[in-house]
Design a protein around this ligand. Sequence first.
Ligand code: FPP
Length: 258
Amino acid sequence: MRPDLQELSAYYAAAPGDIALGDIDVARIPAHVSIIMDGNGRWAAKRGLDRARGHVAGVDALREAVTAGVRLGFDVLSAYAFSTENWRRPKLEVDLLMSLFAKTLVAELPLFHQENVRLLFLGDLKALPSETYRVFMRGLDETADHDGMTFALAVNYGSRAEIVHAAHELARLVRSGEIDPDDIDQDLFSAHLYTAGLPDPDLLIRTSGELRLSNYLLYQLAYTEFHATDTLWPDFTRWDMLRAIRAFQSRSRRFGGV
Ligand code: FPP
């Protein structure tokens, strides 16, 4: 999507010194930016707060990332909020996250309407608490006609589970005679992933200095540029987004060619 340059300049007016809007080429903004939001717990611990406060601060950072994505003209912003492995956290923290997801979704719906953002979810939502599930469905429904940026939130998402799920679906289609095994190519396979219809990410950002994929979009990240920053997720701002895009634009993407 083409950014509105006037709005974008106003949004990025008060530059901090090491980075400014002029440092990036607004004609080459990545279409799909994906984020592994990490470091909420450490952000809270550094301040002597409990982990819950870190997650609450993480919501503010996510709101800023969505707004920055809209201003910059992303087609898609995706973010990893809860993995299939995160159920292993203490029940109290899992419960808190599930209710925070639901509360945040309701609170942010006006922003999604105002900014014409379409909401999607990646992951197995059936396993979520009923209230969280209900609110997510409402979010999907209410934003389905928006044709601005797509915001895809990965919740109860695991890439291996996603790939196995796609294999099951395709196997069923073969068994019912709807497709032939030879019909299965990369396009058909992609169409059975949770990300069906979305372009692969151009840029993956991971915060808090960790250098792992953590079972996130393993199939879709084949040619994605990776940007790791030490910034903890709650401290991630519109300027960090600009820094990540500057790093992305300094790379030469060859997709296996020369
Ligand atoms: C990582 O911090 C973050 C998460 C577990 C994801 C939760 C994300 C948010 C609450 C952001 C807002 C999202 C929504 C949709 C409301 P961590 O707990 O792994 O931090 P640590 O590695 O420092 O312990």
